[in-house]
Design a protein around this ligand. Structure first.
Ligand SMILES: Cc1ncc(C[n+]2csc(CCOP(=O)(O)OP(=O)(O)O)c2C)c(N)n1
Ligand SMILES: [Mg+2]
Length: 422
């Protein structure tokens, strides 16, 4: 810039940008003592018909039900019976075992890819329990708990992961990108945040048809920075759409920390208020709080009081996927230092405190879940694993795309089949 440039104001302070940096990097000792964690039972529970603006205090608070003594406390206590709590615990344990086995299957070369939800099991499992079976989820890749809690066969999930002969999606989707309409599980899209406008659109259609089913859309903290998040929030507010919108804030988007998506400035739940939408911030490692918040938002949606944005505050305890190594960008001890604990241990301790559970019953339940997962794995592996995938049915790549295969694709197909034969 030349000194004669009239835009150069020599005495004015230089403009600067702020580039967010996570508090801890590899080698640092993570310290979460500065984190504001309100006591369980202290967040108010407004009526489900309350105006959206009245939920503002809930967007900076943290809805927590399970206290340090493992008892349920406060107005958000959903007062679930012991059988429901045990079912949620079993589903969460199954998710974790399933994740561990599929992670290992990837390391053994049986599949190309897998994604765990370690530390986040309570969110999908309790949300599945709180919503009706007929309601529709628009999930991301970290809500496998929805399918498991809805009783979707584990073998079907594994066949999809192995892209084998039992894969209903015929290898057309990345492993773990399930789809099953009958279980209210919309096809997972790898394009982040598409889940929000799709859930809003589906819920609008449900209302237009005079139906009573609602939708629940899911995104991560990183995905809230996508344009789709904002256009969906606008549509949801304008048409008072019967939808529950979940932002799972596990604080990481692969190697980017949540500050890059705006978390240093405001909570993700706070954004709701700017759109005129109800917002709630929830301890995502507290299965009872997750259940209560989803139930509240669903009731609000069903009774014509519109959408809710729920931020589930949690921590991604392991890598983003099998392709990721988090030790390159955060301290290895960070997950252990995370103060909101392990959602499975917390729900287990609650049941024990109620006198409805003990270590022996827990071990027996976990052993049974493990046996179910192993049996499903054996069954699905009979239908093929990655190294066995040959070129023998290469022509199937062209199926189910066009009703009448265009001549140029038919030509390519025949050429590919001929080459595979050689
Ligand atoms: C539109 C789009 N941009 C980028 C990506 C690549 N990508 C896949 S997952 C991911 C991180 C998402 O983080 P977050 O939304 O916090 O969800 P989390 O993985 O933590 O559950 C990114 C950047 C993508 N799939 N789609
Ligand atoms: Mg994230």
């Amino acid at each position: 810039m030349s000194q004669k440039d009239p835009n150069l104001r020599r005495n004015a302070p230089k403009l600067e940008l702020h580039v967010p940096e996570p508090a801890f990097r590899p080698g640092d000792t993570p310290d979460f003592s500065g984190l504001n964690i309100p006591r369980a039972g202290t967040a108010p529970r407004p009526d489900t018909s309350a105006p959206a603006t009245e939920t503002y205090p809930l967007t900076t608070a943290l809805v927590r039900v399970l206290g340090d003594d493992h008892r349920a406390v406060g107005p958000w206590d959903p007062k679930l019976d012991a059988d429901t709590l045990r079912t949620m615990l079993r589903d969460m344990v199954t998710v974790r075992i399933f994740d561990d086995r599929m992670y290992r299957a990837q390391r053994q070369g049986k599949t190309s890819f897998y994604m765990k939800c370690a530390g986040e099991e309570a969110i999908a499992v309790a949300a599945a329990a709180a919503l009706g079976r007929e309601d529709m989820h628009f999930p991301t890749y970290r809500q496998q708990g929805l399918l498991i809690a809805r009783g979707y066969p584990l073998t079907e999930m594994m066949c999809q992961i192995y892209s084998n002969k039992g894969d209903k999606l015929k290898g057309r989707q990345l492993p773990i990108m399930y789809s099953d309409k009958a279980h209210g599980f919309f096809s997972i899209s790898g394009n982040l945040a598409t889940q929000f406008p799709q859930a809003v659109g589906w819920a609008m259609a449900s209302a237009i048809k005079g139906d009573s089913r609602i939708a629940m859309g899911w995104v991560g903290d990183g995905a809230t920075a996508e344009g789709d998040f904002h256009s969906a929030m606008t549509f949801a507010a304008v048409y008072n759409v019967p939808v529950v919108l979940a932002a799972v804030n596990n604080q990481w988007a692969i190697s980017s920390f949540s500050g890059i998506a705006g978390a240093e400035r405001a909570t993700f739940a706070q954004r709701a208020i700017g759109y005129g939408i109800a917002g709630v911030r929830v301890d995502g490692n507290d299965a009872l709080a997750v259940y209560a918040a989803v139930k509240w938002a669903a009731e609000r949606a069903r009774s014509g009081h519109g959408p809710t944005l729920i931020e589930f505050f949690t921590y991604r305890a392991e890598g983003h996927s099998t392709s990721d190594d988090p030790s390159g960008y955060r301290p290895a001890s960070e997950a252990k230092a995370w103060p909101l604990g392990d959602p499975i241990e917390r729900l287990k301790a609650h049941l024990v405190a109620l006198g409805e559970w003990d270590d022996d019953r827990h071990a027996a339940m976990a052993a049974q879940a493990d046996a179910e997962v192993r049996a499903a794995q054996k069954e699905s592996e009979k239908l093929g694993i990655l190294p066995q995938q040959g070129k023998d049915d290469i022509e199937s790549m062209f199926d189910d795309v066009y009703a009448d295969v265009p001549w140029n694709l038919a030509e390519q197909r025949d050429q590919a089949v001929a080459e595979a034969r050689d």
